[in-house]
Ligand binder design. Structure first.
Ligand code: IVH
Length: 710
């Protein structure tokens, strides 16, 4: 199914709701209609100049499309107001005077657009009607590359001139610039025709775009907001030596004036011909039999949108048969035999209301923008990240600016940059706050995070962050400590650091709103169970920088106990296979910190498991025992559980027999193992009891209550 969306109206300049739905407002009088038509024409004129002449768009494409569409709709409803030139009717814009004019013998047209399946079907129905019962035949689907159209002229195989589209009739001479594009041969092979104009798109690969912006930022300039603008700005350089450094690329998709070129029956044959001359043709062009094939193509490439090294913002559908194309002809601005299906917008322009800084669980300060809501990337966005202090500086976005917002794929929405042309004179650069918005302590630059951070260990946000991490699944896995509860407990002063969990005032919790006997009892159990978690989980849970769950396990198995790790020096830690000097230093420093030692001491006093599964140090406390495990355990993989048993001298066979000592039951246990164990009266243990068994070597006794349960 093809997604549905309609271009919205830009909130600042029009009336779009946050849903981005195209919904023209009812207008009261002709005067108002006429005023709006004038307004739209002048807006479109202004945006055309900015986009085509200055390579500095003042509006995102879909918002522009919305204006053109609104104008077209008003003109078709009020033919007395319609004109067939000017805003909304022209192709591109006046060529700039910075380049010599080049007139196109075959004019360079624009494309009509379809924004959803209905509009696509509408286009196809109009084609059918015009053909009056004649067959449409196959269709060629191509990607709609997001760059700028250029016509490259070869005479007797030599590249002689290249021109931009300009207003469609007259373009700008960019020969020297186009000559620097490596994709384009300066000379075609011996089979070259006497004359061929190749039309196609100059674009910038995403990888080249990233490299260019890195360079631009390094020299203290504002980055380009997208590859299209960067391509346009790079091509239309007065100094072609600058263009040469930009690594531009080209895809050919059409021919202009030609002489001595074979007669083709179809568009796809002409593409093959271009490729045979050594010209770059995109590999994804496909000829399909019918509109079903078109929908299928659109759907496939919608999903691949972020898998290619260049941007495309739609699919161009062209009737393949050239005779049929000829029969359909063109309007003043676009052929009737082609249509551009536009994918939902991933970039929009909106107003930046304010910039705030949020403090993450590790103290990292992330600036983010509050925005006037805008429909982008399929959702309505009202906040977007600005990443970090360097990025805000480089982009110089300010409250009150019109900004480009981007949300591509699943990526979180970001502010790409300001539209400088719309900036109010009085605006001042935004300053990164000097103090943490939560604890008011000074923020500091943390170089190895490439970020600004709150380094106050007592900042409530960090306390919460450390506790949230400690109780999380891969760490001590304590249920009942969701984010909002941790927040509640920290705010109430019940938790100051992770060790407080084990002396937690549950009676105070019982008094809190929303808690009762049952929830308090559950918390008590969850806390008690967590004491037995493996040492690796504890080390991970302490949030020692650079210690993830893998390194936590590695340290636990290598040292066997917290005490051994505490008395190890930096070299001993670095000597472990898989632990580098950076990790070793980080672990050593963290463990040497007196505050951290204190927390560890309190965890020890609380009876938290400090011993690891180190093979050599384990006493054979399970000797002679046979422990069968069934179902999924949270803290152990099946292999880990078997290893934990065998490390202690026990056996862990795959099936239950009369000789089985105990059956450990996890999530979704095997029914036959469970019923056999019940038949033989073999103790059945849950994961917490299994942990106790591993520590004590004693099969925990069942309480009477449990014994009574059927
Ligand atoms: S064919 C007469 N094919 O879209 C039709 N155009 O909105 C000529 N574009 O000016 C255009 N990818 O800059 C065609 N595969 C493609 C295209 C494509 C991008 C651009 C081109 C054109 C604009 C029209």
């Amino acid at each position: 199914m093809v997604p549905h969306w309609k271009p919205g109206w830009k909130p600042i300049e029009s009336r779009m709701g946050p849903s981005g739905q195209y919904a023209p407002q009812a207008m009261a009088s002709m005067d108002e209609v006429s005023a709006r038509v004038d307004e739209l024409r002048s807006l479109i004129d202004r945006h055309d100049v900015a986009y085509f002449e200055q390579d500095a768009p003042t509006i995102a494409d879909p918002d522009y499309d919305g204006l053109v569409r609104e104008l077209a709709e008003l003109e078709s409803r009020h033919p007395e107001l319609a004109v067939d030139t000017g805003a909304g009717h022209r192709v591109g814009a006046r060529p700039s005077e910075a380049f010599a004019p080049v007139s196109h013998a075959v004019s360079m047209m624009s494309l009509d657009k379809a924004f959803d399946q209905d509009e696509l079907t509408g286009w196809y129905d109009r084609v059918l009607r015009r053909l009056d019962g004649n067959e449409v035949g196959p269709l060629t689907c191509e990607l709609k590359f997001d760059g700028l159209a250029v016509s490259v002229r070869y005479e007797n195989g030599e590249m002689v001139r290249a021109a931009t589209r300009g207003d469609g009739r007259t373009g700008e001479d960019v020969s020297a610039n186009v000559e620097t594009i490596a994709d384009l041969p300066k000379r075609l092979g011996p089979d070259a025709p006497s004359l061929i104009e190749v039309r196609g798109e100059v674009y910038l690969k995403l990888s080249s775009f990233a490299a260019l912006n890195e360079m631009v930022v390094a020299i203290g300039q504002a980055p380009y907001v997208n590859p299209r603008n960067a391509a346009a700005g790079s091509l239309r350089q007065k100094n072609a030596a600058v263009t040469a450094t930009r690594n531009l690329s080209f895809f050919s998709y059409q021919m202009g004036e030609v002489d001595g070129v074979p007669q083709f029956g179809s568009h796809h044959e002409s593409l093959q011909y271009l490729a045979s001359l050594g010209l770059p043709v995109n590999e994804h062009a496909e000829t399909v039999a019918s509109m079903d094939g078109v929908s299928d193509y659109i759907e496939r490439f919608r999903l691949m949108r972020h898998d290619l090294d260049y941007e495309f913002d739609g699919v161009v559908i062209k009737i393949d048969d050239l005779a049929t194309q000829g029969r359909l002809g063109a309007t003043s601005r676009a052929p009737r035999w082609a249509v551009a299906y536009k994918l939902p917008p991933e970039e929009r322009t909106t107003k930046l209301l304010d910039i705030h800084v949020s403090i993450g669980p590790s103290g990292r300060a992330t600036p983010f923008a509050r925005l006037e809501p805008v429909f982008v990337g399929g959702v309505t966005v009202s906040t977007a990240t600005l990443h970090n202090e360097d990025q805000v500086l480089a982009k110089d976005v300010r409250p009150g600016d019109t900004v480009v917002v981007r949300r591509a794929g699943d990526v979180i929405p970001e502010v790409v940059g300001p539209v400088l042309a719309d900036r109010v004179k009085a605006s001042k650069p935004w300053k990164f706050p000097t103090n943490c918005p939560i604890c008011d302590q000074p923020l500091e630059r943390v170089e190895d995070m490439a970020a600004t951070a709150c380094v106050n260990v007592s900042c409530p946000r960090q306390i919460r962050g450390r506790i949230e991490h400690f109780v999380s699944r891969g760490a001590m896995d304590i249920e009942g400590f969701g984010e909002s509860r941790v927040d509640l407990f920290v705010t109430a002063g019940l938790l100051g650091d992770v060790s407080d969990i084990y002396s937690f005032d549950l009676e105070a919790v019982r008094e809190m709103e929303g808690f009762g006997d049952l929830s308090v009892q559950n918390l008590r159990l969850a806390i008690a169970e967590s004491r037995a978690r493996p040492l690796g989980n504890l080390l991970f849970g302490l949030r020692i920088p650079h210690v993830g769950s893998t390194n936590g396990d590695l340290l636990a198995t290598s040292f066997g106990s917290m005490e051994a790790l505490l008395s190890a020096d930096e070299e001993a830690i670095a000597a472990i296979d898989g632990v580098g000097p950076i990790i070793a230093r980080s672990v050593f420093l963290w463990l040497s910190n007196p505050g951290n030692r204190e927390i560890i001491g309190r965890l020890r006093d609380a009876g938290v498991n400090f011993t690891g599964p180190a093979r050599s140090e384990l006493a054979p406390i399970l000797e002679g025992m046979s422990i069968v495990v069934t179902g999924a355990l949270e803290g152990f993989s099946r292999d880990d559980a078997a290893a934990a048993v065998s490390d202690r001298g026990g056996k862990s066979p795959g099936s239950v027999s009369k000789k089985t000592t105990a059956l450990v039951v996890g999530e979704s246990p095997g029914a036959s193992k469970l019923s056999k164990a019940e038949d033989f009266g073999i103790p059945i243990l849950d994961e917490a009891e299994f942990s106790t068994l591993l520590k004590t070597g004693v099969v925990p006794a069942k309480t009477e209550e449990e014994g009574e349960t059927p």
